[in-house]
Design a protein around this ligand. Structure first.
Ligand code: NAD
Length: 467
């Protein structure tokens, strides 16, 4: 377990998965991906378990989920340590992700039994109603960037509504996924929750299985599109929470230092490896000089104070650096950062790049790294137009003192979530639906319970009784 590899790949060649610590390059472990028989077996067992689990009283399903949440809470430090070793996420952030998962499981344990259909107003002599029914076997396919919280949301909502789950965690943190399954599954009857280890080929094999009634994918847009095509052949229902290329508009009149703090948080938190990271910054000319100066100071501070973890692996770092280099070749200017540091692991500095345009990769592609990419604009109208001109539609943030501009942002930006005057945050109970290349369906919140079920309408008339 202390062997150091020359490079630090998270290699998944579908014969062996090798995981190295992104901080040091040290080997964490190797795993063998599930083979075809194991995938078939997991799907078949889940389908068998589904029958009686779907008929279990929702309150009992909620109790089981609450019990699973408590087990996870008891093992928060262990899972956070494992997450840090496999993904490089700082320990406190990793622990926060595990506790977010615990909270989500508890939320669905409460909401699940309350999830209901409705009474319908038909003929007074008849009974008409609609009821939600579980779909069957749900393939839950998750990424590495917040592995426990994301998996818990999808697993919790699926299980509490009476589905059986086959979970395929990311090949970049398979030990986290495997351990999560070991901790959660004993709370449910056998085979209600199964975990499969493997990379893209394992995921592709899973989603092609006829037993799978629904696929819930959180991950990249390219994968989401592949899954949607595969599901078109099997008829499985799909929800996709995919990539983002979120804009941040910095309007005239805001405090540039505060705006720079917001931009830095949005760009550098989790080293930029969040689906709703700030990816494109449009700053009004009136505040641009002071904003960029303050953003550069923020970037230096984030790199030097230890707040920035490494990128998940060298493959990711190479991709982030490629996007930056190609953008520079097209005329962008790096003011801070932008160089690969010496030493083991996959660290990358907080970077500020200006003079960006829509054709540059840092603006046109999702950049999963700590890069704050800036373009100056001369009006709010131009900012809204540029921010809207993108194939993704996950979220957007606007920093503005103007109520009119805030309202226009909410109305005009073609994204699932609009945030005004805060890059992160939101009330519990929100369910957002991504647009465009960012996916489809509700991946979290109360509406995820609707996604995990199908509505059946029932009409009960009165029989004529034989005389
Ligand atoms: P990814 O799509 O490469 O991998 C995610 C999962 O899909 C993994 O388990 C992987 O093995 C599996 N997979 C890969 N190919 C597959 C296939 N052909 N069929 C079935 N499964 C397959 O994504 P990633 O790199 O792990 O995660 C980063 C991406 O996830 C970013 O684009 C990020 O924006 C996105 N993300 C989105 C959200 C959201 O809520 N919108 C949240 C977190 C991450």
């Amino acid at each position: 377990m202390t062997e150091t590899l020359a490079r630090a790949p998270h290699a998944a060649d579908d014969t062996r998965i090798t995981i190295c610590d992104p901080r040091s390059g040290e080997l964490v472990g190797t795993l063998t991906p599930a083979d075809a028989d194991t995938i078939d077996d997991a799907c078949e067992r889940a389908r068998s378990a589904f029958g009686s689990w779907s008929r279990t009283a929702p309150a009992a399903r909620g109790e089981a989920l609450a019990a699973a949440a408590s087990v996870l809470e008891d093992h928060a430090d262990e899972l956070a340590t494992l997450t840090q070793r496999e993904t490089g996420k700082p320990f406190d952030d990793a622990r926060g992700g595990v506790l977010a998962g615990v909270g989500t499981l508890r939320q669905y344990a409460e909401l699940g039994p309350l999830h209901q259909g409705s009474r319908l107003a038909g003929d007074p002599s008849a009974v008409d109603y609609s009821i939600p029914e579980p779909r069957g076997v749900v393939a839950v396919i998750t990424p590495w960037n917040d592995p426990v919280a994301i998996a818990c949301g999808l697993i919790g909502a699926a299980v509490v509504t009476g589905n059986a789950v086959v979970h395929k965690p990311s090949e970049r943190c398979p030990h986290v996924g495997e351990r999560l399954g070991e901790l959660l599954s004993p709370a449910f009857p056998p085979d209600v929750l199964r975990t499969l280890t493997g990379g893209g080929e394992t995921g592709a094999a899973l989603v092609s299985r006829p037993q799978v009634a629904m696929i819930a994918h959180v991950g990249s847009t390219a994968t989401g599109e592949r899954i949607a095509r595969a599901a078109a052949l099997t008829g499985a229902y799909v929800i996709r929470e995919n990539g983002g290329n979120d804009p941040l508009i910095v309007d005239a009149g805001v405090d540039p230092t505060w705006a720079a703090q917001q931009a830095a948080l949005g760009s550098f938190a989790n080293s930029g490896q969040i689906c709703t990271s700030v990816e494109r910054i449009y700053v009004h000319d009136d505040v641009a000089d002071a904003f960029v100066d303050a953003l550069c100071a923020e970037a230096r501070e984030w790199t030097s104070n230890g707040a920035l973890g490494p990128l998940v692996d060298e493959r990711m770092r190479d991709e982030v650096h490629r996007q930056l280099t190609e953008s520079v070749n097209l005329g962008a200017r790096v003011l801070v950062g932008g160089t690969i540091p010496e030493g083991p692991g996959s660290a990358y500095p907080a970077t500020v790049v200006v003079d960006c345009t829509a054709v540059m990769p840092v603006f046109s592609e999702e950049t999963f790294g700590p890069i704050a990419s800036v373009q100056r604009v001369t009006s709010f109208d131009d900012a809204i137009a540029a921010a809207s001109n993108d194939r993704y539609g996950l979220a957007a943030t606007v920093l503005t003192p103007s109520l009119e501009h805030a309202s226009r942002s909410a109305a005009e930006l073609p994204v699932g979530t609009v945030k005004v005057n805060a890059v992160f945050g939101g009330a519990p109970g929100g369910s957002a639906e991504p647009r465009g290349a960012s996916g489809s369906g509700f991946g979290f919140g109360p509406k995820l319970l609707d996604e995990m079920t199908r509505l059946k309408v029932v009409h009960m008339g009165t029989a004529e009784v034989a005389s």
